[in-house]
Ligand binder design. Structure first.
Ligand code: NI
Length: 174
């Protein structure tokens, strides 16, 4: 079931989300709905707060495109109660988008690598070092569960450029 997305202006996007208490069938069904919602909206990552659930949980699936236009589906990953550590000193600027901020894109400077420790859908804790787009995605989504949006990390100039668009989203989407 596709879930309704919380857009910029929705207060849940500014809250520090609560830890997930139990990994059970209800949660697994919710995560399935999150993947469906992410797919239908062409996202690569989605946090639970973006579909109105106050929990420290996000998902990702980084697809890649071949030259002939066909898609290689990435591995679906689930991060429950994630903790990010050891960001690399090397920082990279990359363009980001966000399903809660439709039509807005901008450059965000973040560490190139990060370690993520989280619980999976079987309730097991795992730890992994990520680079590239996967690292980027984890940092963007982890920001969501702390009430932080990518526009908070835009340069003042870039932030000003999207001001009118933000006001429109706030007005239209509620
Ligand atoms: Ni986002």
């Amino acid at each position: 079931m596709e879930l309704p997305i919380a857009y910029f202006g929705d207060t849940i996007l500014r809250k520090k989300a609560k830890p997930v208490e139990a990994v059970d069938d209800e949660l697994r069904k919710f995560v399935e709905d999150m993947f469906e919602t992410m797919d239908k909206n062409d996202g690569a990552g989605l946090a639970a707060v973006q579909v109105h659930r106050d929990m420290r949980l996000f998902i990702s699936r980084i697809d890649t495109w071949n030259r002939d236009g066909t898609v290689n589906l990435g591995t679906p990953l689930v991060f429950i109660n994630p903790v990010l550590t050891d960001p690399s000193p090397e920082m990279i600027a990359m363009e980001e988008g966000c399903l809660s901020l439709p039509g807005i894109r901008g450059m965000v400077l973040r560490p190139a690598e990060v370690t993520v420790e989280a619980t999976d859908l079987n309730g097991n804790r795992f730890k992994e070092r990520y680079t590239g787009i996967q690292a980027r995605c984890c940092m963007h989504e982890n920001d969501h569960i702390n009430g932080v949006l990518m526009i908070d990390r835009f340069s003042p100039r870039e932030r000003k450029m999207v001001d009118a668009k933000l006001r429109l989203i706030k007005k239209k989407k509620r």
